[in-house]
Design a protein around this ligand. Structure first.
Ligand SMILES: Cc1cc2nc3c(=O)[nH]c(=O)nc-3n(C[C@H](O)[C@H](O)[C@H](O)COP(=O)(O)O)c2cc1C
Length: 493
């Protein structure tokens, strides 16, 4: 029985010499859209005014933003469009396949969005499911569904969930990693949209799982809420469902099923349910004593501050960067320029004030970047500074560790999202796994958007030989590489 972050991560590690083959059951491929036949749907407006900001300006916005303006249907539609929409279409004999603005391991898209709306002009109060395929809302509950939030006339609470089997169909027990990373990717898109439109918000990974899942009408064995983004929201407080929460009909719970024949992977349910206990309940914050970079058993000799006054070499505005975002793997061996490197480092360091930033450490391997000797570096995101841990040419070894995905060797830099899982367990308990992985996903998405804005290629990598990564980086016991994101110059068609 898995009870800790470390146990789950260990149980789902890849080992070069012990990879068990897994053939995909195509006849049982999960549906990528959640549908609610017979439930009224509201088409969201598409004639929308896009924000004209650059990503650098959005990340530089003060946090939290000023008082919320009133929400209306157009704004809600814009937020959802910027958070999660189609980007590209691939033609297949069995039907078109649509890629989305948030990256997803294997393009399996486990993440769903629900919105609890109150006082949104043009929309009745209620709980809605967001149908990305038709850019519309399904009404699941009428009326107010959340406890009163004093002082705000309009409110939208976004609930992000993952449907387990969508990713488990391919990745089996390892899929929980991708449920969390992928959901982090979608969360960051929504957060950037809120920042672009200057709405105050709060992000909660801590809430009563059972209560929230019941309100959303999820079959908890199949789908679970992972994050809540509340507008305007208050840090440290999550939007509580209004009691009593009546169960939704069984026919709606059934919508969490995505295949005729689904396999449950016990490791996924075990780590998820182990994390059901909240480390910090409302108001009572759990704060680790040390930043995660000090828990890895490695340290640079000196720190160098990033240049915080240099402007970013952006060639694409923020909304276009979101709509054009793709995983681009055609890296060329050309060093990243100094301003690009500086922008990337500042981009991943920018905080939206989340209390869970401390669950994760950021490192990077430099292959070729002006002003940086090749080597392994750590980032101190609080002070926006970097320090070299060890010099050397790591890219070939890192590529080999990433299941020999050969194109990775030409990337300029491999960003590394790291955590000491033992420390996570100690400070936050097994729920800490959710914080670290979703934070990693959020920063991964930010790197994707920043890369697109600067004309670079970017690709997230979840497939890696876990123990080999620990060995290469010289991490202490309990520390792991959770996620790698490669960024580099690419060959433009
Ligand atoms: C958590 C995560 C892990 C990923 N792992 C890999 C990987 O190991 N190799 C790879 O080529 N792409 C990887 N990707 C990229 C996805 O394959 C890609 O996002 C998906 O196919 C959708 O394509 P798009 O990003 O171009 O829209 C990963 C993406 C995410 C979010």
């Amino acid at each position: 029985m898995i009870k800790t972050c470390l146990e789950y991560h260990r149980a789902t590690s890849y080992d070069r010499f012990a990879m068990s083959g897994h053939s995909l059951d195509w006849a049982n491929q999960p549906k990528v859209f959640k549908e609610y036949p017979g439930i009224p749907s509201i088409t969201l407006p598409r004639d929308l005014q896009m924000p004209q900001a650059k990503l650098s300006a959005i990340l530089g916005e003060p946090f939290p933003a000023g008082p919320a303006g009133p929400l209306d249907l157009e704004t809600l539609s814009l937020l959802l469009l910027l958070a999660y929409t189609y980007t590209a279409k691939a033609r297949h004999p069995e039907g078109d396949f649509f890629f989305r603005s948030a990256a997803s391991a294997g393009a399996l898209y486990p993440t769903e969005i629900y919105v609890a709306a109150k006082g949104v002009k043009g929309l009745d109060n209620g709980l809605y499911h967001f149908a990305l395929q038709s850019h519309s809302l399904h009404l699941l509950r009428k009326g107010e569904v959340l406890e009163q939030d004093k002082g705000s006339e309009s409110r939208a609470a976004f609930f992000l969930s993952a449907i387990f089997f969508r990713s488990a169909w391919k990745y089996r027990a390892r899929a929980y990693r991708y449920h969390l990373l992928d959901t982090g990717h979608v969360a960051e898109n929504l957060i950037l949209a809120l920042k672009a439109l200057k709405f105050p918000f709060s992000v909660a990974y801590d809430f009563d799982d059972g209560e929230v899942n019941r309100m959303l009408g999820l079959d908890e064995q199949k789908e679970a809420a992972l994050a809540i983004i509340d507008v305007p929201g208050k840090e440290g407080r999550y939007p509580k469902p209004l009691e009593p929460v009546s169960p939704l009909p069984d026919s709606l719970l059934q919508r969490s099923r995505v295949s005729a024949k689904e396999t449950d992977y016990p490791a996924i349910l075990e780590i998820h349910h182990a994390g059901a206990h909240r480390a910090g309940s409302m108001g009572e914050r759990v704060r680790p004593e040390r930043e995660m970079i000090h828990e890895l058993g490695i340290a640079p000799k000196m720190w160098t501050p990033a240049n915080t006054s240099e402007s970013w070499p952006e060639i694409v505005d923020y909304p276009d960067a979101v709509f054009r975002r793709r995983s681009r793997r055609n890296f060329v061996r050309k060093p990243l320029s100094r301003p690009v490197m500086n922008a990337l480092l500042r981009g991943v360091c920018a905080s939206h004030g989340s209390s869970h930033d401390r669950s994760l450490a950021i490192g990077f391997l430099v292959g070729a970047a002006e002003g940086f000797e090749p080597g392994f570096y750590l980032l101190d995101s609080r002070n926006t500074s970097w320090g070299m841990v060890s010099p050397g040419r790591f890219m070939a070894r890192s590529t080999s560790i990433c299941l020999d995905q050969a194109w990775l060797v030409n990337a300029g830099v491999h960003f590394l999202f790291l955590a000491n899982l033992g420390a996570l367990d100690k400070v936050w308990g097994p729920r800490g796994y959710r914080y670290a992985m979703m934070t990693a996903g959020r920063l991964g998405q930010r790197l994707y958007i920043a890369s697109e804005a600067m004309g670079l290629g970017c690709c997230g990598i979840g497939a890696l030989y876990d123990a080999e990564a620990v060995d290469m980086l010289g991490l202490n016991q309990g520390s792991r590489l959770l996620y790698l994101v490669a960024v580099g110059n690419i060959k433009r068609q």
